[in-house]
Design a protein around this ligand. Structure first.
Ligand code: HEC
Ligand code: HEC
Ligand code: HEC
Ligand code: HEC
Ligand code: HEC
Length: 391
C-alpha cells in the first residue's frame, strides 16, 4: 500500500497534501516514467491520443464527451457550413467548437487537433483568461501542462498548478456568448453567477466533473498523486441521469364533480443554471395525462424553454440562425436554479371510475427544427391515483 492509494473525500486536501506526499514518493521510486516517453515541445498542440497513452481513463471519458465531438460531429459541421453560406465570412463558430484550429490558425483543417474539438491540450495549455476583445484564452502550447494538481511532477511533461481549473471562469468563454446583435445566445455562466451556487463554492466542475475512481496516469507508466480523477465526460442534457438529477416533480389530483384537477410542481433542484440552459433550441416538454380504465383519456403539454427571434421578429429554429441572427428573446419560462413551479390542469373525467394522473418529462433538442424529435427523450415520470366516487 502506498499513500497514493488512499482515497480522500475532500478534493482540496487531495490536491495539496497528497500532491506533496506523492511527489516525494515519485522521487523515492526514482523516475518511473522512462525518458523516451517524454512529449516533444513543438509549440503545437499535441493530439489527445498522445495524452491518452498515459492518461487512459481520462481519455476514455473525454472521448465520450460532447467536447470531443464538437468539431467533427455532423450536426455541427452541417450548421457550420450553413452559417458560412449565410454570411460569406467567418461566422466565428470555431473559437468554441474547434479552438485548436483557431489558435493555431489552421484555416484548412490540416492538423489533427483541429478535428478533436475541445481537446485536452487546448484546455491544459491555458495560461490565463482575457476580458474584452480578441480571443478569450491566452494559450501556450508546449511542454508545460497546467492543471488543478499542486506539486505534480510528471517527467513526461512539465506541470504547473493553476487555480483557473477549479473555477468556473475556465468554462465561461465558451458557455457565455453575445452575438453581433447584442443578444445573449448562451448565458449559462451568467445564470450560474446569478444563482446561490457561487456563494456555496459550487462551480461548474463540482457538478460536471465529479470525482470518480480511476487512474490519473496509467499505473504501468507512473504513480499518480491521487487515486481519483475528475470525470472528463462532462455529462449534460444528453444524459438521462443528469436530467433526473436536475428536476424533482410531484403530482396531485383532486376531483370536483365530473372534473379532475391536476397540480404538478416541478423544482430545479440540481442544475446550477436554468433548465434547460445553453442553446434556445433545447426544451423540456411536460406531458400531463389523465386516464381511466373505461377508456377516457385527456392530455395537455407545457414546454419550458425560450423562444428567440431575429430583428424582423421571425422565430429562429436552427443553430446557425440562432448564433448569428438572434436579436431578441420573446419568451423564457425556463426553470431558474432552485425555482419551484406549479402548473395546473383541469380535465373532464367521469367520477364513476378510478383515474390515473401522470406527468411525464421529455428533453427535446435538435440543432434544426426539421429533425426535431417530438416530444423528445423521456426521463422523469410521476403519477397519482384517484378512486372512483361511489354513488
Ligand atoms: C508519458 C506519460 C504522459 C503523457 C504522454 C502525458 N502525461 Fe500528463 N501527466 C503524466 C504524469 C506522470 C502526471 C503526474 C500525475 C500526478 O502527479 O498525479 C501528469 C500530469 C498531468 C496534468 C496535471 C498537471 C497539474 O499540475 O495539475 C495534466 C493537466 C496533464 N498531465 C495533461 C496532459 C496532457 C494534456 C497530455 C497530452 C498533451 C499529457 N498530459 C500527456 C504523464 C503523462
Ligand atoms: C474543457 C476543458 C478540458 C478538457 C477538454 C480536458 N480537461 Fe483535463 N481538466 C480540466 C479541468 C477543469 C480539470 C480540473 C477539474 C477539477 O479539479 O475539478 C482537469 C483535470 C485534469 C487532470 C488532473 C487530474 C484530475 O482528474 O483532476 C489531468 C491529468 C487532465 N485533466 C488531463 C486531461 C486529458 C488527458 C484530457 C484529454 C483526454 C483532458 N484533460 C481534457 C479541463 C479539461
Ligand atoms: C473551448 C471551448 C469550451 C470550453 C473551455 C468548455 N466548453 Fe463545454 N462545450 C463546448 C462546446 C462547443 C460544446 C458543445 C459541443 C457539441 O455538442 O457539439 C460544449 C458542451 C458542454 C456540455 C454539454 C453536454 C450535453 O450533454 O449537452 C457541458 C455540460 C459542458 N460543455 C460543460 C463544460 C464545463 C463544465 C467546462 C469547464 C470546465 C467547459 N464545458 C468548458 C465548448 C467548451
Ligand atoms: C449544481 C450542479 C450544476 C452546476 C453548478 C452546473 N451545472 Fe450544468 N447541468 C447540471 C445538470 C443536472 C444538467 C442537466 C439538466 C439540463 O440539461 O439542463 C446540466 C446541464 C448543462 C448543460 C447542457 C445544456 C442543457 O440544459 O441541457 C450545459 C452546457 C451545462 N450544464 C454547463 C454548465 C456550466 C458551463 C456551468 C458553470 C457555469 C454549469 N453547467 C454549472 C448541473 C450543474
Ligand atoms: C461562445 C461559444 C460558441 C460559439 C461562438 C458557437 N457555439 Fe455552438 N455551441 C456552443 C455550446 C457551449 C454548445 C452546447 C451546449 C449548449 O447548448 O450550451 C453548442 C452547441 C451547438 C450545436 C449542437 C451540437 C450538437 O451536438 O447537437 C450546434 C449545431 C452548434 N453549436 C452550431 C454552432 C454554429 C453554426 C456556430 C457559429 C454560427 C456556433 N455554434 C457558435 C458554443 C458555441
Amino acid at each position: 500500500m502506498s499513500v497514493c492509494a488512499v482515497r480522500v473525500a475532500s478534493s482540496g486536501c487531495r490536491r495539496t497534501l497528497l500532491g506533496l506526499a506523492c511527489l516525494s514518493l515519485l522521487l523515492a521510486f526514482g523516475g518511473v516514467v522512462n525518458a523516451g516517453q517524454r512529449l516533444r515541445a513543438t509549440g503545437e498542440f499535441t493530439s489527445a491520443e498522445e495524452c491518452g497513452r498515459c492518461h487512459q481513463d481520462i481519455h476514455r471519458y473525454w472521448k465520450t464527451s460532447m467536447h470531443a465531438q464538437s468539431s467533427d460531429n455532423p450536426r455541427f459541421q452541417q450548421a457550420f457550413q450553413k452559417a458560412k453560406g449565410d454570411t460569406g465570412k467567418d461566422p466565428g463558430c470555431l473559437t468554441c467548437h474547434a479552438p485548436a484550429a483557431v489558435y493555431m490558425q489552421d484555416a484548412s483543417w490540416q492538423k489533427k487537433t483541429s478535428w478533436e474539438g475541445v481537446t485536452c491540450d487546448f484546455c491544459h495549455s491555458v495560461r490565463s483568461i482575457r476580458q474584452g476583445q480578441g480571443l478569450p484564452f491566452v494559450v501556450e502550447p508546449g511542454i508545460v501542462k497546467t492543471g488543478p494538481l499542486k506539486g505534480a511532477k510528471p517527467t513526461a511533461h512539465d506541470a504547473a498548478y493553476s487555480a483557473a481549473y477549479t473555477s468556473s471562469t475556465i468554462c465561461a468563454p465558451c458557455h457565455q456568448y453575445t452575438n453581433d446583435k447584442k443578444h445573449d445566445v448562451l448565458s449559462t455562466y451568467a445564470e450560474w453567477q446569478a444563482s446561490g451556487y457561487p456563494a456555496k463554492g459550487t462551480t461548474c466542475q463540482t457538478c460536471h466533473m465529479r470525482s470518480a475512481t480511476g487512474h490519473v496516469v496509467d499505473p504501468k507508466v507512473a504513480r499518480a498523486s491521487t487515486s481519483t480523477l475528475n470525470l472528463h465526460e462532462m455529462p449534460g442534457g444528453h444524459s438521462v441521469t443528469e436530467l433526473n438529477r436536475a428536476l424533482l416533480a410531484q403530482v396531485q389530483a383532486e376531483r370536483h364533480g365530473e372534473t379532475v384537477d391536476i397540480t404538478v410542481t416541478v423544482t430545479n433542484r440540481g442544475a446550477g443554471h436554468k433548465v434547460p440552459t445553453g442553446s434556445p433550441l433545447r426544451a423540456i416538454v411536460m406531458v400531463v395525462e389523465a386516464d381511466n380504465a373505461a377508456g377516457s383519456r385527456q392530455t395537455a403539454a407545457r414546454t419550458f424553454g425560450r423562444v428567440v427571434v431575429d430583428s424582423a421578429g421571425q422565430e429562429l429554429n436552427d443553430e446557425a440562425g440562432v448564433f448569428q441572427r438572434a436579436a431578441r428573446t420573446v419568451s423564457d419560462n425556463r426553470l431558474a436554479p432552485g425555482e419551484r413551479r406549479t402548473e395546473r390542469f383541469s380535465f373532464p373525467m367521469p367520477s364513476s371510475a378510478p383515474v390515473r394522473a401522470l406527468a411525464r418529462f421529455y428533453y427535446r433538442y435538435a440543432p434544426d427544427a426539421g429533425t426535431r424529435p417530438d416530444p423528445g427523450t423521456p426521463f422523469l415520470s410521476v403519477s397519482a391515483w384517484l378512486n372512483a366516487v361511489s354513488k
